[in-house]
Design a protein around this ligand. Structure first.
Ligand SMILES: Cc1cc2nc3c(=O)[nH]c(=O)nc-3n(C[C@H](O)[C@H](O)[C@H](O)COP(=O)(O)O)c2cc1C
Length: 248
């Protein structure tokens, strides 16, 4: 049965959800996290395989993960400055700065998508008052990823790889369902691919089955009134997305 008003509610939720990159200190109760997961579990998936698992951290555990990830991020930043020799030394000493994620989080962007990526990045820095050439400030903002942007709760999304692109697709549908379930309750989220960079600390903290691979994280909490949360990078028009019929 279609209830009048649902269309508006969904359209509204889809449009007002934004990535939240600053959170208030207010905790998210375990009951609320459960309620969001309980909604999101109705996401569709290939043959209903639901090929994902979620690890939830808050309180002391979240703080511990934050400290461990920040230590890795800081070491990696230092490594970048150390040039080729620094990287070689890190490789030989098996430095914790080296990414140990299950998926590569750094890739060459196709030329066609690069303008969108750059516009999104520069738009974010502009809202934050960060000049393009201010690499120190950009680095500080990047570092915020590993503080989960001050969120009281962080989720880690794992997928089985055997279904190839389709399990990742399933996890993506689940993630959006989760974000909308949170949005409907006034909570804010930020999907974080950055949290796929280092899997070690997360695997040490949780009993993750070895077949499940760390895909990304998700910061979850109550949005603060920081200006960064007003950032809306917009979207391409539908016309730009549509593939035209071949002529002739
Ligand atoms: C899979 C995925 C990974 C993302 N990773 C990050 C991230 O590591 N750090 C970050 O600040 N934003 C991250 N984002 C947020 C995107 O930048 C954001 O969704 C996009 O710019 C559109 O903005 P909006 O979510 O506010 O509409 C990620 C989003 C997705 C879906």
């Amino acid at each position: 049965m279609v209830v009048t008003g649902d269309t508006e509610t969904l359209a509204h939720l889809l449009r007002i959800r934004r990535s939240i990159r600053d959170f208030s200190a207010r905790e998210v109760s375990a009951e609320l996290v459960d309620a969001i997961l309980d909604d999101a579990r109705w996401a569709p998936s290939w043959s209903n395989t639901q090929p994902y698992k979620i690890a939830v951290a808050s309180g002391d555990l979240k703080e511990r993960l934050k400290a461990q990830l920040l230590a890795r991020y800081d070491a990696a930043t230092k490594l970048q400055r150390g040039g080729v020799l620094g990287k070689l030394a890190a490789f030989l000493t098996r430095s914790k700065a080296l990414p140990d994620g299950d998926f590569d989080t750094r890739f060459e962007y196709p030329q066609e998508l690069t303008p969108r990526r750059r516009a999104t990045g520069f738009g974010l820095y502009s809202v934050l008052g960060i000049a393009r050439e201010d690499s120190a400030a950009r680095n500080r903002q990047m570092r915020r990823n590993f503080e989960f942007f001050g969120a009281p709760t962080v989720l880690f999304v794992f997928v089985r790889q055997e279904l190839g692109a389709y399990s990742v697709l399933d996890a993506g549908i689940f993630l959006q369902s989760l974000m909308l379930a949170a949005q409907a309750r006034g909570l804010g989220t930020c999907a974080e691919g950055a949290l796929g960079t280092w899997a070690g600390p997360v695997r040490e903290a949780f009993d993750v089955p070895s077949a499940y691979k760390l895909l990304c994280g998700l910061a979850l909490g109550w949005p603060s009134d920081h200006v960064v949360n007003a950032y809306n990078p917009g979207r391409a028009d539908v016309a730009e997305m549509l593939i035209p019929v071949k002529r002739g």
